[in-house]
Write a protein that binds this ligand. Structure first.
Ligand SMILES: Cc1cc2nc3c(=O)[nH]c(=O)nc-3n(C[C@H](O)[C@H](O)[C@H](O)COP(=O)(O)O)c2cc1C
Length: 204
C-alpha cells in the first residue's frame, strides 16, 4: 500500500500554518492514492527526548549491552527510521521558531541520524543510506527570509535530509505571516495555490 508520512511540529497542532499546508497536500495525495495510508508523526504533541551521552552511546551498542534507558531510545529511533523507510513519500510541516527548526524537530533529526543505518562514512565522505523518495517541506514563517543569508533553516533541513539519502526535496513557503493581515493573507493564498499545482507522488 502506498504510504505518505506527515511529520509536523507546530506548537499549535492542526491549527499551525505549516500543518495546514501539509494537510492540504495530504488531501491531494489521498485523492491521487485513494487506497493509500497517511501516517502522522506529531512531534509537538508526542515529543522526543533530547539525546544524552547515555542514549547516544546506546545507539552504538548491541541490544544485549544496552540498559533500559538506552534500549528505549534505540527502540524509538528504530521506529522513526522504520517510518521513513516505509513511506513512499514524506511531507514535513516546518514552522520557523527562533531562526531554526522547532527543537522537537531537531530531536527527531538526532534520533534519525544513525551511523551504519541511515548514513555511513567512506574514504570520500558521508553517504546516505536511505533510499531516495519525494519529500515536500512546508515552511511557515513570521518574517521573510527565503533566499537570504538569514534563512539558515532551509539549508539545515535540506542538508540533513540529503545526508541520510533523501535528495529529492522541494520547499513551499508561507512567509511574512507576522507582517500584518494583508501580508499573511497574500502569502497563505499563494502557498495554498502552489500546493494545488504541485505534482503528487514525485518531486518535479
Ligand atoms: C516560539 C516562536 C518563535 C518564532 N520565531 C520566529 C522566527 O525566528 N522567525 C520568524 O520569521 N518567525 C518566527 N515565529 C513565527 C512563526 O514562524 C509563525 O507563527 C509560523 O506560522 C509558525 O508555523 P506554525 O503556524 O505552523 O506553528 C515564531 C513563532 C513562535 C511561536
Amino acid at each position: 500500500m502506498n504510504k505518505l508520512l506527515v511529520i509536523q511540529s507546530s506548537l499549535f497542532a492542526g491549527e499551525g500554518q505549516s500543518s495546514k499546508m501539509a494537510e492540504a497536500y495530504a488531501k491531494r495525495w489521498s485523492e491521487r492514492f485513494p487506497n493509500g495510508e497517511v501516517i502522522h508523526r506529531d512531534l509537538a504533541s508526542d515529543p522526543i527526548d533530547h539525546l544524552s551521552a547515555e542514549t547516544f552511546q546506546g545507539f552504538g551498542l548491541a541490544p544485549e549491552e544496552r540498559n533500559a534507558t538506552q534500549q528505549k531510545a534505540a527502540d524509538l529511533s528504530d521506529a522513526l527510521i522504520a517510518e521513513l523507510r516505509a513511506a513512499d513519500e514524506i511531507v514535513i510541516a516546518l514552522p520557523m521558531y527562533n531562526f531554526s527548526a522547532p527543537s522537537t524537530f531537531k530531536a527527531w533529526m538526532d534520533h534519525v541520524a544513525r551511523v551504519g543505518i541511515t548514513f555511513k562514512y567512506t574514504d570520500t565522505g558521508a553517504v546516505g543510506l536511505l533510499e531516495d523518495r519525494p519529500v515536500t517541506v512546508f515552511a511557515a514563517r513570521g518574517g521573510v527570509y527565503r533566499g537570504t543569508p538569514n534563512d539558515t533553516q532551509s539549508p539545515l533541513v535540506k542538508t540533513f535530509l540529503g545526508f541520510i539519502g533523501l535528495q529529492s526535496v522541494r520547499f513551499v513557503y508561507a512567509e511574512g505571516l507576522a507582517l500584518g493581515p494583508e501580508s499573511a493573507e497574500k502569502s497563505l493564498g499563494d502557498a495554498h495555490q502552489q500546493i494545488q499545482a504541485l505534482t503528487v507522488g514525485e518531486v518535479a
